[in-house]
Design a protein around this ligand. Sequence first.
Ligand code: 5AD
Ligand code: SF4
Length: 481
Amino acid sequence: MEKTIDENIQGTALQLENTSKNKRKLYIESYGCQMNFSDSEIVASILANEGFNTTQELNEADLVLVNTCSIREKAEQTVRKRLEKFNAVKKVNPNMKVGVLGCMAERLKSKFLEEEKIVDMVVGPDAYKDLPNLIQEIDQGRDAVNVILSKDETYGDVAPVRLNSNGVTAFVSITRGCDNMCTFCVVPFTRGRERSRNPHSIIAEVNDLWDRGFKEITLLGQNVDSYLWYGGGLKKDFDKASEIQKATAVNFSKLLELTALAQPKMRIRFSTSNPQDMTLDVIETMAKFHNICNYIHLPIQSGSNRILKAMNRLHTREEYFELIDNIKKIIPDCAISQDIIAGFPTETEEDHQDTLSLMEHVKYEYGFMFAYSERPGTPAAKKLPDDVPETVKKRRLQEIIAVQRKHAAYRTGQHVGKIEEVLIEGASKKSKDEWMGRNSQNIVVVFPKENYTVGDFVNVKVNDCTSGTLIGEAVGYSNNN
Ligand code: 5AD
Ligand code: SF4
């Protein structure tokens, strides 16, 4: 994902349009993956109907919601720190209520209320439609908890409120939950089993975004390649579906095609792919449609077969190479990014070297790299000792990051001298006279503004680069406008 899961998890405050009808003020902050940011837009939409305006001023909030992440211990600590801050604000504004959403809510359930006195309400990722009832409870002075996970894609019919939006790019959620059970990962426990959203509602959302001027969407899911719509229900129950349901089922490659055809000028990205679930037909569909971007986020986690097995990744290093070779054969200029974990239990120096050598083979454009963080209740936490010393984890992580930096610079350099189609997202951070956009490979491109504007597809001649950014000049509109 061009994703927000990074070690310095970012928060954001979301702003809703003010209308005189809406009286109460909601302050909402999101941490973790893109799915959480996307969910907060659903929450804002549900609460807008209940008379809530969002505010960016914590001090004036009637309701503070924090959408949390449990993926690593540090992410949870960040949230706990924020709760301390909310506590201080509550001393000045005693009527303020605080609710915790997302993965930490699901993991800790009502324990949260005992551990953090400031918290009035705990709401898991599938229970946001119950927020109006839960808020009534806390209004009457009672604590409220709903952490029930669902068998259906819960929010297909909620039109997200696009908050903090650049008006050009948007997320569209297509699946929820994950069945992969990687042994280190808490997500299958906090977000439940995999279920897919009705393709009609996905296409309707994409069409609506196009009508409102958006030019790029990212189809979101923990494991998009396992998208499967057969009329609703859990992915694991597909075997029990009727013959008609099976014959008319829509898989991810079909969904991509439907989306690409529905809006031929809309750029399409997707995230996250997992090697064991990504099939050749997806790559072929990407190759067939110009508007599907040539970029795949394809986590590997480790280059060692022994560790991959211990992680329950269900593929080998060799199978991963085969997949990468197929991608490059079918889409030679396809960019690939990784997630890697350093210091998984029992990881030896040799295993670590396997990770570095795998990276040398692939030469990823981009990477998201983490030190292993034991998560309570996961299979790894139950079965394996967290036995790689922190200093060793940190050193290995630094080595992985150094190799990634080298490869990012190499890959970025390959674009210099080329003319590439760029979608303008906004002003460059460094100069108000320059635009910032991305090419198909998701690499940031900056160039002088001239008469172009946000949302334009522009052909840019790339003249130079830094390790992660391309620097160029526009040579005209692309024919995608
Ligand atoms: N420790 C460190 N990193 C983790 N990830 C998931 N669980 C853990 C963990 N326990 C990383 C994986 C995953 C990404 C979203 O977060 O690399 O792909
Ligand atoms: Fe976690 Fe693995 Fe599912 Fe990703 S694929 S969410 S790492 S269990």
